[in-house]
Structures are given as structure tokens and as C-alpha cells.
Ligand binder design. Structure first.
Ligand SMILES: Cc1ncc(COP(=O)(O)O)c(C=O)c1O
Length: 403
């Protein structure tokens, strides 16, 4: 049985009858850029997210960069973000000329830890890019109150959490909100691996501020509000009509697909509970303030080991030998990336991000999976640990001898 990490052909089959006529219409219309389809998708996304303004763009990385420019982030400023994310989250800060500053994650949720975030604030700090990683919201009550206290702007990188819902635990705050709509600006990616994806590249920015919306629209169009009249320097970042048409169809299905991801996750929780109970793996935790739409189902492997990366890599290979896809998001925490070596970070400057990068493995959870496939993944994982019992037992022995 083959269990791919992602099954886009199967997903496409479900929507083929809707997508092909609309895409053909676009092709025949000759109207490929900034037309009716883009307007329609922006409206649909604004309605879905319950947000005032949505501004489409070329991809999630541009969405972040444009957002930083709209917030006037520049050289000399510091922007705090997580060291456990895709490079785009921090790269945009450098692109804007500012300095990325990392604050470690909470290993339970993989998201930025508000306490660590607070420790990194100084007079140069201007903004925070939080990332709702793997499909679950960050603890927004705490993050919003820190931002208010220090007058910091918040960008929510929501590339991995389209449709996740945050429930405020603070009765003075809003009740429920969609990921991406709680800070000053939310950004999204529709790269094909994302839970809401197009057939190429695509991105979106959202905000409730009229002023920021105007600025974001201007910056994404070479700093112009009127063609050939440029008010400031900007970029060229456009979602095209074909991608927008596909996204307008897929957004109607996103709740159904997210729900199926959650159902798939439930089965993993049930089937892998024994392995978690014996401390062999750690299953993802769902925080009480957020829905988890399981953009990824990421387990931690052999967390009791000093360095679990070898065992984790062996599990990945074992799964591959049984035609089961899995991926390491992310094998190197950002503070240890070559590109940031000038900061001279030590591995243990961000111990949780480092630990996660050594132990994490994402297994298939996409909505096109069937029960049989999930059970096969669970059985294969259990078989692997039966064969590798000695590694974990040897570790227990070393620990008991050293006490
Ligand atoms: C957390 C995060 N931020 C930003 C991006 C960048 O999005 P894109 O690939 O569309 O530029 C991605 C995905 O690739 C991501 O996972």
C-alpha cells in the first residue's frame, strides 16, 4: 500500500469538473492578470476570514515582505520571530533591512513561547512575526497583550493554518477569530503543499485597518495607486487569474478538508497512544485556545534520547521503504542555519527549537487518506519501534546508571 505525504492528484479529481471549465474560461478570455477572478477570490477570502480587507499577492514570502514594508520596518529595527519555522518567516525581516531576533518555542505546540518573546524585547523592537505552525494558533491573548504593552506590531504568518480558529480565554477580548485576523496583518501562502493551495504559487495579506490596506495594495503594485504614478518604492507581486479561479473553488471546501484532517488525526491519537504512553514518541498537543487543523501531523521521536535525530531519520527511512511518505519540518532550527552564522548563536541558545529539529517527523494526514492507509502507517511505526526497542532501552540504562 502506498501512502504519500500529500496526494494532490486525488484532491484534483474531486474538483476537476468545477476547475477545468473556469480555467478554460480564463484562458479564452485573454484576461490573465488582476481581473474578475482575483476580485472574486479576495472577496470570498475576506468573507471566510471575517476580515475587512484582503490583498492577494504572488506568494507567502512576498506577503511577509510587503507587510513589513507597510509597517515601515527598516534598518536598525528588530523584529522578533520563532527559530522553528520555514526560512521565509525570518528572511523577510532581513529583506526589509531589519534584524531578526529569535524567541524560543514551546515544545508542546511548536509555537513561539510568549515568555521567551517578552525577554527579547528592547528599544529597537518594532514588530513580531508569529507563525501559527502546523495548523494551530499561537497563544494570542498573551501575545496581543505583550504587543499592546510595548506598542509592537503583529504580523501573523498563517501560511500553515488557513481556517484554524482561535478562542480567546480572556473575556475582555474577542470571542472567536480566524488565524491571521487578530494582529495588525495576517499573511497566507497557497503553495501546493498548503492546506488551501493553488496550482502554482499564490499568497494573500489581510488586515482590518483601512490605512494599512491602502498601503499594502500600493506596495504590492510598485508603489502605485494609479498606473505609472509611483508614490513609493514597492514590488511586483500579483496573484494571477488562473490561480485565483482555482482558489475560489477550493475555499468552498476548506472547512470540509480541515475537518477530515482532524478526523485523521483522531485516529492517529487513538492508534499511537500506546507508543506515547511508553515514552517512545510524543503526539502533537492541542491547546485549549485553538482548533488544530493539522496542516501537519508532527510527532516527536525518541525525545528521551540525548540526540534523537538518528533514530528519527531511521524511522523516516523505514517508512519510505514501506512506501509511506514523511518529512522533517524542520531539520535545522533557524539560529543554526549557515545564513545566520554571523550571529554566532550556540546550539543551546534555543534549546526547544533545537530539540524539535532533532526529533520531529510529519506523517501523512491529508484529507484524501483513507482509514486503511492510516492504520498501515501506525502499524509500520509500531513495527519500527519493536525492531529498535534496544536503542530506547539502552538509553534508559544509561540514564539509570548516571543517577
Ligand atoms: C510558515 C511559512 N511562512 C511562509 C512561507 C512562504 O510561502 P511561499 O512558499 O508561498 O512563499 C511558508 C511556505 O512555504 C511557510 O510554511
Amino acid at each position: 500500500m502506498r501512502v504519500p505525504l500529500l496526494d494532490l492528484p486525488s484532491q484534483y479529481q474531486q474538483i476537476q469538473d468545477q476547475v477545468e471549465p473556469v480555467v478554460l474560461d480564463v484562458l479564452r478570455s485573454g484576461n490573465y492578470i488582476m481581473g474578475e477572478q482575483v476580485k472574486l477570490f479576495e472577496l470570498k477570502a475576506a468573507e471566510y476570514l471575517s476580515v475587512k480587507h484582503t490583498i492577494s499577492c504572488a506568494n507567502g514570502s512576498d506577503a511577509l515582505y510587503i507587510s513589513l514594508l507597510a509597517l515601515d520596518i527598516k534598518a536598525g529595527d528588530e523584529v522578533i520571530t520563532t527559530p522553528f519555522t520555514y526560512i521565509a518567516s525570518s528572511e523577510s525581516i532581513d529583506q526589509a533591512g531589519a534584524t531578526p531576533v529569535f524567541a524560543d518555542i514551546d515544545l508542546k505546540t511548536f509555537n513561539i513561547d510568549p515568555k521567551k518573546l517578552r525577554e527579547k524585547i528592547n528599544s529597537k523592537t518594532k514588530a513580531i512575526i508569529i507563525v501559527h505552525l502546523f495548523g494551530q494558533c499561537c497563544p494570542m491573548d498573551e501575545i496581543l497583550s505583550i504587543a499592546q504593552e510595548y506598542n509592537l506590531k503583529i504580523i501573523e504568518d498563517t501560511a500553515q493554518a488557513f481556517g484554524a480558529t482561535y478562542s480567546s480565554l480572556d473575556s475582555n477580548n474577542f470571542n472567536k477569530a480566524k488565524a491571521g485576523t487578530m494582529g495588525d496583518i495576517g499573511t497566507f501562502s497557497f503553495y501546493p503543499t498548503k492546506n488551501l493551495s493553488c496550482a502554482g504559487d499564490g499568497g494573500l495579506i489581510c488586515t482590518n485597518s483601512d490605512e494599512l490596506a491602502k498601503r499594502l495594495r500600493r506596495i504590492k503594485a510598485h508603489g502605485s495607486e494609479r498606473r505609472y504614478y509611483h508614490l513609493e518604492l514597492g514590488v511586483n507581486s500579483r496573484l494571477d487569474e488562473i490561480q485565483a479561479a482555482i482558489l475560489s473553488i477550493k475555499i468552498n471546501l476548506i472547512d470540509k478538508w480541515n475537518k477530515q484532517r482532524m478526523i485523521n488525526a483522531e485516529l492517529y491519537f487513538k492508534e499511537l497512544a500506546d507508543l506515547e504512553a511508553e515514552g517512545t514518541i510524543k503526539l502533537p498537543e492541542i491547546a485549549d485556545y485553538s482548533s488544530h487543523i493539522f496542516h501537519q501531523f508532527s510527532i516527536l521521536v525518541g525525545t528521551r534520547l540525548e540526540d534523537s535525530s538518528k533514530l528519527r531519520d531511521q524511522l523516516k527511512e523505514f517508512l519510505a521503504s514501506h512506501e509511506i511518505g514523511s518529512e522533517i519540518y524542520y531539520p535545522v532550527a533557524l539560529h543554526l542555519q549557515e545564513v545566520y552564522k554571523h550571529f554566532n548563536y550556540k546550539p543551546l541558545d534555543y534549546p526547544n527549537a533545537r530539540k524539535a529539529s532533532h526529533s520531529v517527523l510529519s506523517i501523512p494526514v491529508h484529507p484524501e487518506l483513507n482509514q486503511e492507509q492510516i492504520l498501515f502507517v501506525c502499524k509500520t511505526i509500531k513495527d519500527f519501534f519493536k525492531q529498535n526497542k534496544n536503542v530506547l532501552e539502552a538509553d534508559n540504562l544509561t540514564k539509570s546508571l548516571s543517577h
